[in-house]
Design a protein around this ligand. Structure first.
Ligand SMILES: C[S@@+](CC[C@H](N)C(=O)[O-])C[C@H]1O[C@@H](n2cnc3c(N)ncnc32)[C@H](O)[C@@H]1O
Ligand code: SF4
Ligand code: SF4
Length: 304
C-alpha cells in the first residue's frame, strides 16, 4: 500500500476498525461544476476541503484503500459520490470492479461512461426546468435532458433519476415525472431534503407536519406511476409525524453505512452519510425510510 490505511482513512464519530458495514459511500472528489444552494456536502461545518485535482489522493491510493476497507468491514455495496464523481471517471471505471453492487450519483451534466449492467447511475433532477434551475443552477435542466437524450446506443448501465423534494419544487413534481416518460430513464425515486441544524437555505420545511403535503404528493404520483416511481408506499407512510421520529431515532443508515468523506488529502467519517451538520428529526432521506420499510417487511406482518 502506498500510504498507511489509517493515514488515508481516518475513522471517527463511532465508526470503528472492527465495525461491520455492509454499505459504504465515498466522495471521490470535492470538486463540483455546480453549486446547488441546498447541497449538504458543502455546508460550512462538514468535512469537504477541496484541494484541486492534483492534490487529491490519486486513483491507485483511493482504490487500494477502498479494497482494504471492503475486506476489513465486509462492504458489499458502494455509493460513489462527490462533489461530482464523473470528474474522476477513470477512478469510477476501475472502482466499480471492486464491489458486487455499485450506484453512482451524478449531476448529469457530464456524459455518462460505460460502467456495465450491474452498476446503476442515479442522475439528479429536481423538477421541471424553472424549479430545477432554481435548485441546481441556470441551464442545468436543459443540459441534463440533452445528456439523457444523447446516451450512447450501447450503454448497458441503467439510469435512474432522483429528485430531492423541497418546499420549492413540491408542487411541480408531476411535471418532472411526465417529462421523463419516453426517455431512457428506467425509473425514479424522490428523496426529501435533509436540513442542517440551523438551515437558512429557505429550502426546508419547519416541521414534519409541514412536510406532509409533499409526502402525500409523492404518494399520489406513486399511485399514478406505480412502476416508474420506485418509492415504497410503506416508506412514505413511515415519513408521517407519527412514524418518522422512531425511524430517524433508530436510523439504520447511520448503523450500516460507512460514510467516507474526502477532506483534502484523506478520508474522514462524519456523523452520517449526510455529514456532521444534520437535523435528524427532520431528515427526509429516501434511504433511511426505504431501509426501515424493508426491515419491517423482513420482520413479517405488522400487528393491527
Ligand atoms: C450531494 S450530491 C453528489 C452527487 C452529484 N454531484 C449530484 O448532484 O448528483 C448527491 C445527491 O444529494 C442530493 N442532495 C443535495 N443536498 C441535499 C440535502 N440537503 N438533502 C437531501 N439530498 C440532498 C443531491 O440533489 C443529489 O441527488
Ligand atoms: S451538483 Fe451535487 S455535489 Fe455539486 S453542488 Fe449540486 S448537489 Fe452538491
Ligand atoms: S441525518 Fe438522516 S441519515 Fe443521518 S443519521 Fe440522521 S436520520 Fe440518519
Amino acid at each position: 500500500m502506498q500510504r498507511d490505511l489509517d493515514d488515508i482513512v481516518r475513522l471517527g464519530n463511532g465508526y470503528t476498525r472492527d465495525g461491520n458495514y455492509p454499505f459504504a459511500l465515498v466522495n471521490v472528489t470535492n470538486r463540483c461544476n455546480l453549486s446547488c444552494p441546498h447541497c449538504f456536502v458543502f455546508r460550512d461545518d462538514n468535512p469537504n476541503l477541496a484541494v484541486g485535482a492534483r492534490r487529491e489522493p490519486d486513483t491507485d491510493e483511493i482504490l487500494e484503500a477502498l479494497a482494504a476497507l471492503r475486506d476489513r468491514h465486509g462492504i458489499g455495496f458502494m455509493l460513489w459520490m462527490g462533489g461530482e464523481p464523473l470528474l474522476r471517471r477513470d477512478l469510477l471505471v476501475r472502482g466499480v470492479q471492486l464491489f458486487p453492487h455499485n450506484h453512482v450519483v451524478t449531476n448529469g451534466t457530464i456524459p455518462l461512461v460505460e460502467l456495465g449492467p450491474d452498476t446503476l447511475y442515479i442522475v439528479s433532477l429536481d423538477g421541471p426546468e424553472d424549479v430545477n434551475d432554481i435548485m441546481r443552477g441556470e441551464g442545468t435542466y436543459r443540459r441534463v435532458m440533452r445528456m439523457l437524450d444523447r446516451l450512447p446506443d450501447g450503454l448497458s448501465t441503467p439510469v435512474q433519476v432522483q429528485c430531492t423534494v423541497t418546499p420549492a419544487n413540491q408542487g411541480r413534481l408531476g411535471e418532472l415525472v411526465a417529462a421523463l416518460q419516453g426517455t431512457r430513464v428506467g425509473w425514479m425515486t424522490f428523496s426529501f431534503v435533509v436540513p442542517a441544524k440551523q438551515d437558512e437555505t429557505g429550502l426546508v420545511w419547519g416541521s414534519l407536519e409541514e412536510r406532509m403535503s409533499a409526502v402525500e404528493e409523492v404518494a399520489r404520483l406513486k399511485a399514478e406511476y406505480p412502476e416508474f416511481v420506485r418509492n415504497r408506499s410503506r416508506a412514505l407512510e413511515l415519513m408521517s409525524p407519527e412514524n418518522a421520529p422512531a425511524v430517524t431515532a433508530a436510523c439504520l443508515t447511520k448503523k450500516l453505512l460507512l460514510p467516507l468523506w474526502l477532506d483534502g488529502d484523506h478520508f474522514t467519517t462524519p456523523y452520517c452519510c449526510y455529514g456532521d451538520d444534520v437535523d435528524c428529526s427532520r431528515c427526509g432521506a429516501w434511504v433511511v425510510f426505504d431501509m426501515a420499510a424493508r426491515m419491517e417487511a423482513s420482520a413479517g406482518p405488522r400487528a393491527g
